[in-house]
Structures are given as structure tokens and as C-alpha cells.
Design a binder for this molecule. Structure first.
Ligand code: DSN
Length: 402
């Protein structure tokens, strides 16, 4: 067996044997993965359906148009661009469509739950745009009144909402109204909660935002990639131009076909049931942590945060690595008011999108909290935890068959 096949086999084993709790990951269906690996990867198709720079795009056009139409149907938007290679690319393209270099973006910072591309000092976003931040209140919820005040003071060209580590529902209507009052564009990055929105388990930002960006591989459970939605022809033109030729060349049509498949799946009753399960499992796990005495955020979504420093006297970094020895995969995460560096952090983030795809039940979600708590509190060794994890994962669905 060549090295690559061997590494792939090992990764398949890792995904099947362990418990995947990274809130931004999921297990795509066989159909989605088949399209990712299809001959569509061979085709160049710079441009958009009906307006390509290469010949031979007749089939590609039908595929991309179908993906566009389905994206609009899932989220109720008038227009969609399905070409962004990732969520970061989608955000870069959206900023370029709406802003000039030096314009001001008002966003939530990385350490309060935002994303790198929302203005982190190490991201392109802070290099090309001025960044101002709004904040969370003492309970860890968005401080909407504070946001309105800061918007009046800094008069941003764009207000951004939608986060990577925020466990509560976001009032997009309210933030959209603040943006309007201040003459700012309102952009939503719904990457994490796109699946919840598709299934009706979170307020949909599409009616309130000028532009909505997303990934397709998190709760939406499609291929790794990006998406941009809007509601006016003028905005759609700006976004398409910023996408190609502005920031990307040939679109990944194999991935676009897989996005169409994921949108088809998101329209089914089974998918609605799945998202219901994600939200319920997340809540059950967070509540079990609370019962065990750990300090955790609340949750209304697919994720929550555990304060490992306060609960177990260890950084998120150390907790992540200890749990990895027990075949539990999650990530260290900044928590509100964190005094540790992003490479250490005071907490971990836990999400149930992936495990629920494998058939995780409420009972399993509670058992997951018990194992993590016991490991981090030093009550059991990682060897004992590993055996418990293997017992649980052996009863879950095989990730190659979903
Ligand atoms: N890196 C992703 C996450 O884990 O939240 C966001 O892009």
C-alpha cells in the first residue's frame, strides 16, 4: 500500500474510533464525497453559468445553476454565489464587494467568539480595513445596547455578526436595524449555524442582512467550501465581480456539485430531525457538565464552551491534548474575558454536529460529558477513558457509510 493510502486508512480509523466534538466539523454523506472526488475536478470554468471563459461548460453550467437555485431555496435568498473556496475566501470577497481599503468594520473579536477574518490582527481583514469591536455582556451574550452606542461613535461602513464560538441565538433583526440607523452595511457570517438556519432552528439573517456568507461543511454537512447570499441584483453583481476576477480563478466545480447535493439533503425532513438532534444533544451534554459542577456557557445552538481553567485548573491547550490521548477530539478556545494567549486559552469548545450525524443519542451526549469531566478532573486515566470511548464509538455509524 502506498503511503497516501495508508494515511487515509489511518485517518478513517481515527474518525471511526474516536469521538469528534470539534464544533465546526461534520461527516459528509457518501453522495457528497463521491461528487467531491468526481471527474468534475478536471474542468476549468472561469466565469459564471452562461458566461464562461472556456468552452465545454454546458454540463458545468447546469450543475452550478442547480447549486445556486438550491442555495436560494434552502435559505430564502434571491441570489447566491457558490464559488468561494472557503469561508475565509467568502468573507474576503464580501468585504471587497462592499468596502474600500481603510473602511471601518465593526465586529466581535476572536477572543469573544468572532473569527480570524472578522478583524484579528494576524488576518488580512485588519491589514486592509480598520477594525472596531463590539462586546459581550457579563452573561456572555451580545451587548446589543453597547453595540448600538459603539456604532454611533465609530460610524462603521459595515457591521458584522455571526461567530465561531458563540453559543446563543443571535438577533439579526436587531443588529440589522442598528446598521441601517448608522448607514452601514450589515453582513452576517452564518458559517457555524447555517444548518440550524436551514432547518428553522435559528433566526434566518437573509431578510435583514445586505450580504450573508457561510461555509458548507459545518452544521450544513456538505463539502468543505464557501457560499455568499444576497437579495439584490446590484449586490449580486458586485459579489460576483469581487469573486471572479477579483479574488478567485477557476471555480471548483466538483465541490460546487457536492454543495448542490448538500443543499438537496438540507431540504429533507430527515435533515430537520438531524438538526433537532444536534441542538438537543448539545444541551444535554452542557447540562450534564453543569450537574457535575463544571463552569460552562449556556447553549441554544450546536456548541458550548467549558471554562477548563476554573473547572479543572488547566488551560484549554492542556485539556485538548489530554483528551486527545483518550480519542476525544475537540479544540481549545478563548472564553469571554480570557487572559490566556490564543495558543493556550482558558477553555475548550464542544459541538455535536458531527457525533449526531453518527447517531449520537441524548444518553451518549451525557456520557460524553461524564468521560471528559472524569479525565479532566483526574478521576480516571486516559487509558480507562479510551476504553469507554471505544465502547461508545463502536455503537455509532461508520463514517464511510453515511
Ligand atoms: N476554523 C473554524 C472553526 O473551527 O470555527 C471557523 O472557520
Amino acid at each position: 500500500m502506498d503511503d497516501l493510502r495508508l494515511f487515509l486508512k489511518d485517518e478513517t480509523k481515527r474518525q471511526n474510533e474516536g469521538l469528534e466534538l470539534i464544533a465546526s466539523e461534520n461527516f459528509a454523506s457518501v453522495k457528497v464525497r463521491e461528487l467531491c472526488g468526481s471527474i468534475l475536478t478536471n474542468k476549468y470554468a472561469e466565469g459564471f453559468p452562461g458566461k464562461r471563459y472556456y468552452g465545454g461548460c454546458q454540463n458545468i453550467d447546469k450543475i452550478e445553476q442547480l447549486a445556486i437555485d438550491l442555495a436560494c431555496k434552502v435559505f430564502g435568498s434571491k441570489f447566491a454565489n457558490v464559488q468561494p473556496h472557503s469561508g475565509s475566501s467568502a468573507n474576503m470577497i464580501a468585504y471587497a464587494a462592499l468596502l474600500n481599503p481603510g473602511d471601518t468594520i465593526l465586529s466581535l473579536s476572536l477572543d469573544e467568539g468572532g473569527h480570524l477574518t472578522h478583524g484579528s490582527p494576524v488576518s488580512f481583514s485588519s491589514r486592509y480595513y480598520k477594525i472596531q469591536h463590539y462586546h459581550l455582556n457579563a452573561l456572555g451574550h451580545i451587548d446589543y445596547e453597547g453595540l448600538a452606542k459603539i456604532a454611533q461613535e465609530v460610524k462603521p461602513q459595515l457591521i458584522l455578526a455571526g461567530f465561531s464560538a458563540y453559543p446563543y441565538e443571535i438577533d439579526f433583526q436587531r443588529i440589522g436595524a442598528i446598521a441601517k440607523e448608522n448607514g452601514a452595511y450589515f453582513m452576517v457570517d452564518m458559517a457555524h449555524i447555517a444548518g440550524l438556519i436551514a432547518a428553522g432552528y435559528h433566526q434566518n439573517p437573509v431578510p435583514f442582512a445586505d450580504v450573508v456568507t457561510s461555509t458548507t461543511h459545518k452544521t450544513l454537512r456538505g463539502p468543505r467550501g464557501g457560499l455568499i447570499l444576497c437579495n439584490t441584483e446590484e449586490m449580486n453583481k458586485k459579489i460576483n465581480f469581487a469573486c471572479f476576477p477579483g479574488h478567485q480563478g477557476g471555480p471548483l466545480e466538483n465541490i460546487i456539485a457536492a454543495k448542490a447535493q448538500c443543499f438537496l439533503e438540507a431540504l429533507t425532513p430527515e435533515y430537520k430531525e438531524y438538526i433537532k438532534g444536534v441542538v438537543e444533544n448539545t444541551k444535554a451534554c452542557a447540562e450534564r457538565f453543569q450537574e457535575l459542577g463544571a463552569t460552562v456557557s449556556g447553549t441554544q445552538t450546536h456548541l458550548f464552551l467549558v471554562d477548563t481553567k476554573r473547572s479543572y485548573g488547566m488551560t484549554g491547550y492542556d485539556a485538548q491534548h489530554l483528551l486527545e490521548e483518550a480519542l476525544i477530539t475537540l479544540n481549545k478556545n478563548m472564553i469571554p474575558g480570557d487572559t490566556e494567549k490564543p495558543s493556550k486559552t482558558s477553555g475548550i469548545r464542544i459541538g455535536f454536529a458531527a457525533l449526531t450525524t453518527r447517531g449520537c443519542t441524548l444518553e451518549t451526549a451525557r456520557a460524553v460529558a461524564e468521560i471528559i469531566h472524569a479525565v479532566l478532573a483526574g478521576q480516571i486515566s486516559t487509558e480507562v477513558a479510551k476504553r469507554r470511548v471505544r465502547r461508545i464509538s463502536s455503537k455509532l455509524k461508520d463514517v464511510t457509510t453515511l
